[in-house]
Design a protein. Structure first.
Length: 213
């Protein structure tokens, strides 16, 4: 009986690994959501009842809140730990502020306790913002200025709230005006992210190089 020839070993062609899917930069969205909601609440803090408090409520939930939080989740996918932490945290911040206002509207939080409640919240976020401000110098001048103006805003607001000052008065009003500046700086950083991505590698709106690498 003739020996059977050994069949040559066959190997299946190597399956090429799928190239990673590119995603758009989520930072301009996060900055825009933060800027608009900050602008609306800061206008109320600066000018008091002439700008109704509820003007910011829906946007704190859907734009500064959910929109910014989603941008933070996309920053995780992009591998940007700083952006993921910043956007997710401040997205949750706006959702929390909206929840606090809802508690006031439904009578679950006494009006007499509102100032001290907001003061502790703002103090806690000022602590968080302090180390983010320090490390934002590794990102760009524009981002550093967002965190710097926000730091000043939060400090003025929690001092004013602990002192029992009403919206539109004293340190709360001053914090509101600095908050408006914060919103403008954040809008600029957002606009730079949008237009510079469209004109790459040329930078149309400069954001400044990292101050510390």
């Amino acid at each position: 009986m003739a020996a059977q020839e050994a069949m040559p070993a066959t190997s299946s062609p190597a399956t090429p690994s799928a190239a990673p899917t590119a995603i758009a930069n989520p930072a301009p969205l996060g900055l825009a959501g933060f800027a608009l909601t900050t602008f609306l609440l800061s206008a109320h803090n600066a000018m008091g009842k002439s700008v109704p408090l509820l003007v910011f409520f829906g946007f704190a939930i859907f734009y500064g809140g959910l929109g910014q939080f989603m941008a933070g989740m996309m920053e995780f996918r992009a591998g940007n730990t700083f952006g993921a932490t910043a956007f997710s945290t401040y997205g949750a911040f706006w959702l929390g502020v909206a929840a606090t206002v809802f508690l006031v509207l439904t009578g679950k939080l006494a009006e007499a306790d509102v100032n001290v409640t907001l003061a502790w919240i703002l103090l806690a976020f000022a602590i968080f913002n302090t180390y983010m401000l320090f490390w934002s110098r590794r990102v760009s001048v524009a981002v550093f200025l967002v965190f710097l103006t926000l730091e000043i805003t939060e400090i003025l607001l929690f001092l004013g709230k602990f002192a029992g000052q009403a919206d539109g008065t004293g340190l709360v009003a001053l914090g509101g005006w600095v908050g408006l500046l914060t919103a403008v700086v954040a809008w600029y950083a957002s606009a730079a992210g949008v237009v510079n991505s469209m004109a790459a590698p040329r930078a149309v709106l400069p954001v400044g190089k990292p101050m510390w690498s």
